[in-house]
Design a binder for this molecule. Structure first.
Ligand code: ADP
Length: 315
């Protein structure tokens, strides 16, 4: 399979930015007035094409919050690529670290959003697009970045190598070490291996519940035992807000900020991660005050996100 790098544009040349490594897909959202009956035709109230994928959503929110960022994702050279690249450009998200693949299909998610109860039924498809590899990473990332965030996906061994590569690089630096974070969201037990390698670990409620954990506080205590010295664990837990803990410091926690009307919760977790990183990446200090400020802002922005469709109202 042939793969190639995109051509650099002036917008791509930002150093000191946040890079999000992970997925980019096309999300086709169908808003329906009641869940469809099997084997019948239905009209929807509204259909939209949206750019999706956790890392891609993280970049959207970072960019809307004014943080220079780049997406590092694979792209299929299929007809949806024009829509995806135009949308990334519209949000000023750097794409010079994206890797295009010939003869692959774009991953597509079809969403059925029931207006009656807000339920979200999603069907994913990714027939053959590979993930970002360690080789892609070492070929393209020049280590001028301030922060590199990884979306934990199926390519756990490759992400382990990328994080290890950054840790080795950081050992050679007195100042300006690259800060790393990883999101452990999917129900894949292998992802726990990544906890020992990053500076910030974002654990989802879904992943914690798979291990029988019942609260955000228990989640941060439990996962902290897998981390390296000085790392922090952060966990958002839907309507109960978020908690975080670093080393032997006390747990910090905050509640959520409900909007007047909950309109769209899709991407709330991605928004929380991005907004928290926007605070953490703008502070040198690793005090508990900063950790609390980060998760509190994460919950504020995620709550605001739930009050509107998509992300644009966060601007
Ligand atoms: P995910 O989208 O990954 O399922 P969560 O449901 O844990 O993520 O939500 C992430 C954050 O979004 C929460 O910590 C909370 O601050 C905010 N959030 C989620 N749902 C709501 C809601 N109904 N009202 C207000 N804030 C919410």
């Amino acid at each position: 399979m042939d793969s190639q790098t995109r051509t650099l544009t002036s917008d791509d040349l930002c150093v000191n930015c946040v890079v999000c490594v992970g997925s980019l897909d096309l999300f086709v959202s169908n808003l329906v007035n009641g869940y469809p009956t099997e084997d019948l035709g239905h009209s929807c109230l509204e259909q939209r094409w949206q750019r999706g994928g956790n890392a891609s959503n993280n970049c959207t929110v970072l960019s809307l919050l004014g943080v220079p960022c780049k997406l590092m994702a694979t792209l299929a050279k299929s007809h949806e690529i024009t829509f995806l690249l135009n949308d990334l450009a519209a949000y000023n998200i750097g794409t010079d670290l994206c890797v295009e693949h010939e003869d692959c299909a774009t991953p597509v998610s079809i969403g059925i959003i029931n207006k009656q109860n807000g339920s979200r039924t999603i069907i994913h498809s990714n027939p053959n697009l590979p993930e970002i590899s360690f080789i892609d990473f070492t070929r393209l990332v020049d280590m001028t970045q301030k922060w590199i965030h990884f979306e934990g996906r199926r390519n756990v061994e490759e992400i382990e190598k990328m994080l290890q590569h950054i840790n080795d690089y950081n050992k050679t630096k007195q100042n300006d070490a690259i800060v790393t974070s990883v999101e452990i969201e999917k129900r894949n037990p292998e992802l726990v291996k990544l906890c020992s390698l990053a500076d910030y670990i974002f654990i989802s409620k879904e992943h914690a519940m798979m291990h029988g954990i019942a609260s955000k506080e228990d989640a941060v205590r439990k996962y902290l035992q897998y981390t390296k010295n000085g790392a922090a664990v952060i966990c958002a837990w839907g309507e109960t807000g978020a908690a975080a803990k670093r080393s032997s410091d006390p747990i910090v926690a905050c509640s959520c900020y409900p909007p007047e009307n909950v309109v769209d919760t899709l991407g709330a977790g991605d928004t929380f991660v991005a907004a928290s990183i926007s605070v953490l990446s703008s502070h040198e200090s690793t005090d508990n005050d900063v950790l609390l400020k980060a998760i509190d802002y994460g919950c504020r922005v995620a709550g605001a996100k739930c009050g509107g469709q998509g992300f644009d109202h966060l601007k």
